[in-house]
Design a protein around this ligand. Sequence first.
Ligand code: ZN
Ligand code: ZN
Length: 400
Amino acid sequence: MAAEIHPKPLTRRPVLLNKIEGSQDVVNTAVIIPKEDGVISVSEDRTIRIWLKRDSGQYWPSVYHSMPSPCSCMSFNQETRRLSVGMDNGFISEFVLAEDYNKMTPDRTFQAHQGRVTVVLFVLEMEWVLSTGQDKNFNWHCSESGQRLGGYRTTAWVSCLQFDVETRHAFVGDHSGQVTILKLEQESCSLVTTFKGHTGSVTALCWDPVQRVLFSGSSDHSIIMWDIGGRKGTAIELQGHNEKVQGLCYAHHTRQLISCSSDGGIVIWNMDVQRQETPEWLDSDSCQKCEQPFFWNFKQMWDSKKIGLRQHHCRKCGKAMCGKCSSKRSTIPLMGFEFEVRVCDSCHESITDEDRAPTATFHDSKHSIVHIHYEVTRSWLLTSGADKIIKLWDMTPVVS
Ligand SMILES: [Zn+2]
Ligand SMILES: [Zn+2]
């Protein structure tokens, strides 16, 4: 009789390649330079640094440039090697980097906002510099002349911004929890619509122009996938983080979403599976299973001499239930719930083991993430932490 062999499955996880240390304060934004062993970082410590990998295997700055104010954000265009840096004082400074990344030439500095610049985005195709600030303005400037072209006043301050070059739509995520979609013209813009789905501020946005899908992450720990290309108004919720979502990147080639949170969690979502929308929660004055009244239903409590109960909702069918009728817990990965959630007894029976198969993998970066960048050609992920450290990860074991 042949012995049964159960080999322990190899745990596939991101591989830490390098730690980049030396910043005096939090690195607010950093990017991996494609095709180079290099990283550009801007920090609250007022510096712009270009780190190149040395023969020792360590990254050391080849450029170290001090700015008059903390650097809050940046945008780097590899084709033109143009670097746009937004600062706490409302100014944006632009530089052109040398081909070997050993030098940086200042180009232009202009005041874009009255307060801290929260996002800057250079769009080569339009020659636009889009920016948002704590002054609640969304502005765009001509990158050639430095002239302000247009603006839009947002209801709350903006923390993230994405732009679709083809249709000139801007997606603006703000602290009130909504995403505003604007159609930009050369010197004006019009409000297209707003997406409301988060209960906390929108902290990360990622636009995939190929599938025409927008991902939004929030301080409410959730991610929503807004399917714009599908034209059916589908919005899928993804619940896999225990803390504020800080960064989102989509890997087209493998159809995987990478999300990171402030507790250091990295989640890789398989977006190739068909997920369902979560149901609307139903309203009822009594349990929709055992018909016991809920505590505000005094009439029925009096008539039937029963004690009022607390209302709960089954995450799968959305029915209002008492605690006893919804005592079971289950993951529902195909509805985006990678964590166990409350389900009613009949839904619990209907969920099979196959349904419970996870559609995401979970990893720990071991630092409180404030920003991420994914470089697709090598499948490298950069995480910048509240610990002032930048970590570089090889994602090929998990993004494939
Ligand atoms: Zn009940
Ligand atoms: Zn149910």
